[in-house]
Design a protein around this ligand. Sequence first.
Ligand SMILES: Cc1cc2nc3c(=O)[nH]c(=O)nc-3n(C[C@H](O)[C@H](O)[C@H](O)COP(=O)(O)O)c2cc1C
Length: 211
Amino acid sequence: MKILIINGSPKLNGNTASCANYLKDCFEKNNIEVEIYHLGNKNIHHCNACGACYRNKNNRCIIDDDLNELITKVRMADGYVFGSPIHYSDISGLMKNALDRLFYVAGANGNYFAHKVGSSYVCVRRSGGSNGFHTLNNYLLYSEMFIATGSYWNIIHGTIKQEALKDAEGINTLSAMANNMAYLMKVIDNSTIEKPELQPKIVTNFIREDL
Ligand SMILES: Cc1cc2nc3c(=O)[nH]c(=O)nc-3n(C[C@H](O)[C@H](O)[C@H](O)COP(=O)(O)O)c2cc1C
C-alpha cells in the first residue's frame, strides 16, 4: 500500500513540508509506503476549462506540463493526503491549479479517487485555516473518498520554517489522522466485502427556460 502526500506550498522546506515529513514517519510506523510530491518546484498551469480530458479520456491533461506527472503518481497510489499553506484565507493558488486539473482528469477517467482513503491539512500563521481546510475537503467529498479524520480540524499553526512542528495540538491531530487513515486503508485492503458500485452522477442546473 502506498500513500501520496501532495505538498501545495511553493516552499519545499516550509511548514506544509514539515507536516508532510511528520506524516510520512507516522505512516511508515504503520508499515505504509509514502511518497511526498512537492508542487513548489513544478510547472502547473491553471485549468483552461477546455473539456479536452472528457473528450480524450486518456488519463492526461491536454496542457502538457508537470500535472501529467502528478496524474501518473496518483494512479499508482492507494491513499492520498492533500496539504496546503493558507494564502489569503484559502489554499495556495498553486494547489488550486493542481487540484482543479487533477480532479477534473480523474473524473473524466472513471474517478481515480472514488472509494480511496484520503485526508487533508492546512498550515497557517493565524487565520483562514477553516476555510482552506474546507476547500481541500470539497475535492474529497465530491469524489466519494473515504475521509480519515484527525482528533480536531487539521489546521496546523506556524510561520517560520518548521514552526508548525511546535504546534503540539496541531501535530497531535495529524498523528491521530495518520493512525486513523492507516487503519482505514488496512481494513479496506483486507475486506472481502465489495465496494459499492459507483453511481453515475446526475447533473442538473437551475435555469428554467419556461419562467
Ligand atoms: C501569499 C501569502 C498569503 C498568506 N495568507 C495568510 C492568511 O490569509 N492567513 C494567515 O494566517 N497566514 C497567511 N500566510 C502565512 C502562511 O499561511 C504560513 O506562513 C504558513 O505556515 C506557510 O506554510 P509553508 O511554509 O508551507 O508555505 C500567508 C503567506 C503567504 C506567502
